[in-house]
Design a binder for this molecule. Structure first.
Ligand code: ASN
Length: 333
């Protein structure tokens, strides 16, 4: 089944659009009895422009592999936090996505990565920003959450912490892909480089999961935006913007134009709408519409509520996603 998106030109709140969304959400019911919860995972491969035919299969394979990896962790009794970390590691290792190995390059041709993770059972979170030479920033973010008294490490401190944790340094050449070298060159030659264009700043990855014990978690990881200033930090490592998870409400991971996402705290805004009684699709659309109308920002998000209802919604041209629930895999580019 294909899920309708809010096209960038559709007025937010268009009644016909919303009625389709609601009927999709209500057709997926699940129970929420602790100890008997059906595990659910949703992953995204970033708000994107149109994906070329040549890349489409690789992108679909990437998101489905990540979702299936996370689902098998959940089926084996693994936690939501293990599942979202596992999914994001798969996507960070895949050069098709703007995270880990496929990260876009900053104005100096360097890779600086941001990531965050949150455990909805206790609201603990961990984040890193502008981190270099690390293959899997999401693992480092989790270590910040579990091994320090802090929730966010940046730049030099994050790299030092990676060394202390025994994470081997990954040489820059391993993180830089030919595609991203070309993209940076193109962006630098552009007459009107437009960093606010969400469709150029694509490929961030994220996951949300609900485990058998009713725990929710999110993870988000990115190389940020092409040709960004050195030291620029986006929304992805910022809890409330790049994601949020609370067992009592839901879990969200976002993608899109970071500076817009930060302004509206997109993830927490979607969670707020869930708290107010909207279903996941309505909550996602309300948050994305607010960002679009209020600050002209485009993006997307994946969301699971505490009963396992989920939604994948976007205002960018596309947002590859995959989800598994009740053994059924769904995906869309
Ligand atoms: N593609 C993205 O989602 C980019 C990311 N949100 C950032 O602005 O850093």
């Amino acid at each position: 089944m294909s899920i309708p998106k809010i096209g960038p030109d559709l007025p937010c709140g268009s009644p016909s659009e919303h009625s389709v969304q609601r009927s999709y959400a209500s057709s997926h019911s699940s129970q929420c009895v602790v100890g008997h919860v059906q595990p659910v995972v949703v992953v995204h491969g970033g708000g994107a422009g149109s994906i070329s035919k040549e890349r489409s299969e690789r992108v679909r394979n990437g998101v489905t592999k990540a979702a299936l990896t996370a689902y098998s962790i959940l089926k084996d009794g693994g936690s939501a936090i293990d599942a979202v970390e596992g999914a994001v590691v798969v996507l960070e290792d895949d050069p098709e996505f703007n995270a880990g190995r496929g990260s876009v390059l900053n104005e100096d041709g360097q890779v600086e990565m941001d990531a965050s993770i949150m455990d909805g059972s206790n609201l603990n979170s961990g984040a890193v920003s502008a981190v270099q030479g690390v293959a899997n920033p999401i693992r480092l973010a989790r270590l910040v959450m579990e091994k320090t008294n802090h929730s966010f490490l940046t730049d030099r401190g994050a790299n030092q912490f990676a060394k202390v944790m025994g994470i081997p340094e990954t040489p820059l050449e391993k993180l830089i892909t030919e595609r991203n070298v070309k993209r940076l060159k193109k962006e630098k030659n552009e007459k009107n480089p437009c960093l606010t264009d969400a469709d150029k700043n694509t490929g961030t990855v994220g996951a949300v999961a609900l485990d058998k014990n009713g725990n929710l978690a999110y993870a988000t990881s990115t190389g940020g935006t092409i040709n960004k200033m050195t030291g620029r930090v986006g929304d992805s490592p910022c809890v409330g913007s790049g994601g949020y998870a609370d067992n009592e409400i839901g879990a969200v991971s976002t993608t899109g134009h970071g500076e817009s996402i930060i302004k509206v705290n997109l993830a927490r805004l979607a969670i707020f709408h869930l708290e107010q009684g909207k279903n996941p699709q309505e909550a996602a659309d309300a948050a994305l519409c607010y960002m679009k109308t209020r600050v002209k920002g485009l993006g997307g998000l994946i969301l699971i509520d505490r009963s396992g209802e989920w939604a994948a919604r976007w205002t960018s041209i596309s947002m590859p996603w995959a989800a598994v629930k009740e053994e059924k895999l769904q995906s869309q580019l």
